[in-house]
Design a protein around this ligand. Structure first.
Ligand code: AMP
Length: 173
C-alpha cells in the first residue's frame, strides 16, 4: 500500500467540529489492517536509524500511532496530554489558538535529559500543539530527533512553527 492509497482511506468530514473546518477522520484508515500497518511503517521509516529511545505521542490520536511505532522500535512511549489528565508532577505549557488558548502537559519524569525522542501526532494543522509539545520536551532537555505525523495540512503552514526540527509527514494535503 502506498501513500496515495493511505490518503484515499482518510475521510474528510465537513464542518466538524465547527463550521468551515474540514476534519481529517483517520478512523476509516485505522480499521483497515493493511493500512494501519503501512501508516506506522511510513511514519517510522525516516527515523529508523536515528537511535530513538522514546516515542512521544500527543493526545489523543497521536497515542494510537505512537504506541505501535514504539513497539516496532523496541523503545518506550510517553504521553503529552490535555490539562488535568496526568496524575503525577507535570510541566505544562499554555499556547495560543485562533480564538483563546489551550494547554499541554507532560510528566516531569517522562524523559531523561539527553534522551532521544520522536514526537508523533496524526495531523499537523497550524502546528501550535506540536510546537508546544516540543517546547515541553526542550524544557526536559530531551534530544528531539524529529517529528512524525501521518498527515500534514501544508496550507496551514504548521511546519513554519517548527523550523529547527526535522518534520516528516506520510501524507501531505
Ligand atoms: P494544530 O492546529 O496543529 O495545533 O492542531 C491541533 C490538534 O488538532 C492536532 O493534534 C490535530 O491532530 C488536530 N487537528 C487540527 N486540525 C485538524 C483537522 N482538520 N482534522 C483532524 N484533526 C485536526
Amino acid at each position: 500500500m502506498d501513500q496515495e492509497q493511505l490518503k484515499d482511506l482518510i475521510r474528510d468530514v465537513p464542518d466538524f467540529p465547527k463550521p468551515g473546518i474540514s476534519y481529517k477522520d483517520i478512523t476509516t484508515l485505522l480499521k483497515d489492517p493493511v493500512a494501519l500497518k503501512a501508516a506506522t511503517h511510513f511514519m517510522l521509516k525516516p527515523f529508523a536509524a536515528t537511535g530513538v529511545e522514546c516515542v512521544v505521542g500527543i493526545e489523543s490520536r497521536g497515542f494510537i500511532l505512537a504506541t505501535p511505532m514504539a513497539i516496532e522500535l523496541g523503545c518506550g512511549f510517553a504521553p503529552v496530554r490535555k490539562p488535568g489528565k496526568l496524575p503525577a508532577q507535570t510541566l505544562k505549557l499554555e499556547y495560543d489558538l485562533e480564538y483563546g488558548s489551550d494547554v499541554v502537559e507532560i510528566h516531569a519524569d517522562a524523559i531523561e535529559p539527553g534522551q532521544k525522542v520522536l514526537v508523533v501526532d496524526d495531523v499537523l494543522a497550524t502546528g501550535g500543539t506540536m510546537a508546544a509539545a516540543c517546547q515541553l520536551l526542550e524544557q526536559l532537555e530531551a534530544d528531539i530527533v524529529g517529528i512524525s505525523v501521518l498527515a500534514e495540512l501544508s496550507f496551514l503552514r504548521g511546519r513554519d512553527r517548527l523550523p529547527a526540527l526535522r518534520l516528516e509527514s506520510a501524507i501531505v494535503y
